[in-house]
Design a protein around this ligand. Structure first.
Ligand code: FEO
Length: 398
């Protein structure tokens, strides 16, 4: 992407990865992504904030060359908010081109950069929480914000223009030529998907970071993925909602059905819940978009995982979804498992064991032999009643 000036002497020099469709060989990227990088040119010193994925380092260098043609005389500091390679990948190349540059980061990040990219020890300036760095007429303040989403992460605040550079936090995997978000409705799904896939396991830490950020007069939020916010309240309010303890009166049912028995259980339970005034979202895992499942996990009050039995255990795709659900630690307060079997097995108990990280109360599973009969439907009715009772306790159902 071409160089663009965000505010006077503050430039966006990052790249858009229009065609990337997967991150970490795991996370689907239906909208591509970007790796944002910035130059802040103070009256005395120049800082670069966050680099890009190494696959795009030539484009980054080309953008820096553009600024050099415009009078930039070097880079004094390279601020590394986060060590993950999609932001640090071009660091070795930058150090070759600007050998006098000092890397500004946290001690934990220094250790990671040494391990991940073999960056030698003498290159670093370690900054403490709240420390500032003067570039002349511009000042950088560093905010330690661990676990968004690695332990070493920090945010950088440029005081004079009120720009927060939070790296991954508040980002979205959304390839666009727009510098700033203009259509907040279009950004809602990519931002929520990103929160769900990357930030949700660290919800309680982010609650504290949001409180801390309320002390700052933030005019722009410029994350290192996706477009920037010149109305910061858009993304701050969304994060306040997502990390809060607030729940929707909704049951999410991730499921797979091979021959219709589990599918019939899902349909019966859905109808019973809907009749009790509870929203239901059935999610057929065989459809494959695990990112959408993550999004739906953000604020549902109850999760019911439904599986058939394969080789005496759960369907492997359901096991994968259960493993992911457990890792993402959604805030749901009720969970259970339903399923069917032909001649025996422990599909349901295996899935129950896989979701041990959830803080949810586990209701009794319903495991049915064959197609659900009257007795099974009665058990599902009891389950629907229990879920309704819990939602009433939470104050979200009538
Ligand atoms: Fe965008 Fe954690 O890297």
């Amino acid at each position: 992407m071409v160089v663009r000036e965000i505010r006077k002497n503050i430039y966006s020099i990052g790249v858009v990865d229009w065609n990337r469709r997967e991150f970490d060989a795991l996370i689907p990227l239906p909208d591509g992504t970007s790796y944002n990088s910035f130059i802040i040119r103070g009256s005395e010193k120049t800082a670069l904030i966050d680099t890009v994925d190494s696959a795009f380092e030539e484009e980054l260098i080309s953008n820096i060359a553009t600024l050099i043609r415009m009078g930039l005389d070097g880079i004094d500091y390279i601020v590394v908010n986060h060590a993950e390679q999609d932001h640090s990948g071009a660091l070795p190349m930058l150090l070759e081109l600007f050998p006098m540059a000092t890397i500004v980061t946290t001690e934990k990040c220094r250790v990671l950069l040494e391990k991940l990219l073999s960056i030698p020890d003498g290159k670093f300036k370690i900054v403490e929480d709240g420390e500032t760095l003067s570039l002349g007429d511009k000042t950088l303040e560093f905010i330690h914000a661990p676990w968004v989403h690695w332990p070493e992460t920090m945010l950088t605040f440029e005081r004079e223009d009120g720009i927060l550079f939070p790296c991954d936090l508040f980002g979205s995997h959304y390839a666009t030529s727009e510098l700033f978000v203009s259509d907040e409705r279009a950004l809602y799904a990519p931002a929520k998907r990103y929160y769900a896939e990357i930030m949700m396991p660290f919800r309680t830490q982010i609650q504290k970071h949001l409180e801390r950020l309320s002390e700052f007069d933030i005019k722009i939020i410029a994350p290192s993925h996706g477009p920037f916010y010149d109305r910061p309240e858009i993304i701050l309010n969304l994060y306040r909602e997502w990390v809060s303890d607030d729940l929707q009166n909704r049951v999410l049912i991730p499921y797979i059905s091979m021959h219709g028995s589990t599918g019939a259980m899902v349909k019966h339970l859905s109808d019973l819940l809907i009749a009790r005034g509870i929203d239901v979202l059935q999610f057929d895992i065989s459809g494959g978009d695990i990112g959408r499942l993550a999004m739906e996990l953000v604020d549902c009050a109850t999760i019911v995982i439904a599986t058939p039995t394969v080789l005496f255990g759960p369907h492997p795709k359901v096991a994968y979804a259960a493993f992911l659900t457990n890792a993402l630690k959604p805030k749901a307060r009720v969970a259970t498992v339903i399923g069917s079997y032909g001649w025996g097995g422990k599909a349901v108990s295996d899935i129950v064991a896989m979701i041990h990280n959830l803080k949810a109360e586990l209701l009794d599973p319903v495991y049915v032999n064959g197609y659900p009969d009257e007795s099974a439907i009665a058990d599902l009715g009891k389950l629907a009643d229990q879920i309704l009772e819990k939602h009433r306790e939470f104050g979200i159902a009538e």
